[in-house]
Design a protein around this ligand. Structure first.
Ligand code: NAD
Ligand code: UDP
Length: 311
């Protein structure tokens, strides 16, 4: 049994992680400022004596006695992280400094939820951890991309300079139950649009690609990385199954059984054209790979969206 802190624990991935950690017998403190997280996401955990929920903003210091810190606090959808870009970069930079300071003080192990966005609009495909990326430092996605890149730098510097036990995970597009209806990311947008019979909004011509990982697989990978000794990373976690946004729209329309039309909207600035993880390192070091197929994961996600919408 470990005392585990999850920042951003009331968010999409964080809430699934809190659940798995409690099931594994740990004591979990979930910290969130509820920007994109919801109390409802962790409501069912409230009665568990090993679970504690704290409203706290990671841009402020935090003192707790813990053994492990999963540092997920940061809005992940472009719509949300671009709403207040200065706050986004403060969350990544100050938030990571505070979590590293805490880890240093109480000798906790800390895992950073970094992102495939550190590769920017990648010139190497698929992306390996050794690739340094192609990131615009002054664009509208930079508050997020560069924020996470600095967060990775901080992790490595605290590790080298102070001996902090750091773990860096680069998460690729993840989807699943509990994504917000108005999250703005492509999978949730298309499911909501298809369920409501509204047009599916494809940005650009839909030829850009992404590779989508089901949340249960991702959470298993996060826990494997946290508990792996002697490996700091960074490590890619994602599903290498790559598809175009147009293929995604057609697949979701079919699974929902919707006759929604497809409409095209302008492609946002700096939208990466291709993205696919090379997960060789995760396979070798963690023995991890995704097991949930895309149709299976989508079917579960659509079912949960239907249920939530009905209630
Ligand atoms: P999310 O928006 O659902 O969760 C983020 C959580 O952090 C929310 O609960 C939010 O309220 C909280 N938060 C934001 N700013 C905060 C602050 N200053 N202080 C305290 N809490 C704060 O997003 P998610 O998809 O669950 O992403 C979780 C983490 O994983 C993020 O760090 C994100 O960058 C990373 N990630 C996610 C994906 C993905 O596809 N979902 C891909 C790459 C990286
Ligand atoms: N996208 C889209 N329609 C939407 C939302 C997103 O076509 O309603 C596109 C977006 O331009 C991008 C891809 O889907 O090319 C994935 O977008 P998302 O915001 O989910 O993630 P990210 O761009 O951060 O990978």
């Amino acid at each position: 049994m470990k005392r585990v802190l999850v920042t951003g624990g009331a968010g999409f991935i964080g809430s699934h992680l809190c659940e798995r950690l409690l099931e594994a017998g740990h004591e979990v403190t979930c910290v969130d400022n509820f920007f994109t997280g919801r109390r409802a996401n962790v409501r069912r955990l409230r009665d568990n004596a090993s679970f504690e929920l704290l409203r706290h903003d990671v841009t402020e210091p935090l003192l707790l006695e813990v053994d492990q810190i999963y540092h997920l606090a940061c809005p992940a959808s472009p719509v949300h992280y671009q709403y207040n870009p200065v706050k986004t970069i403060k969350t990544s930079v100050l938030g990571t400094i505070h979590m590293l300071g805490l880890a240093k003080r109480v000798r906790a192990r800390v895992l950073l939820a970094s992102t495939s966005e550190v590769y920017g609009n990648p010139l190497e495909h698929p992306q390996r951890e050794s690739y340094w990326g192609n990131v615009n430092p002054i664009g509208i996605r930079s508050c997020y991309d560069e924020g996470k890149r600095v967060a990775e730098t901080l992790m490595m510097d605290y590790h080298r300079q102070n001996g902090v036990q750091a773990r860096i995970v680069r998460i690729f597009n993840t989807y699943g139950p509990r994504m917000l209806f108005d999250d703005g990311r492509v999978v949730s947008n298309f499911i909501v649009q298809a369920l409501q019979g509204n047009p599916l909004t494809i940005y650009g011509d839909g030829s850009q690609t992404r590779s989508f990982c089901y949340v249960d697989d991702l959470v298993r990978g996060l826990m494997a990385m946290m508990n792996c000794d002697g490996f700091v990373g960074p490590v890619n976690l994602g599903n290498p199954h790559e598809m175009t946004v147009l293929e995604l729209a057609e697949e979701i329309r079919e699974l929902v059984g919707s006759r929604s039309e497809i409409v095209h909207k302008p492609l946002p600035q700096d939208d990466p054209t291709r993205r696919q993880p090379d997960i060789t390192l995760a396979r070798e070091k963690l023995g991890w790979e995704p097991t949930v197929g895309f149709r299976e994961g989508l079917t579960k996600t659509i079912a949960e969206f239907r249920e939530r919408m009905a209630s």
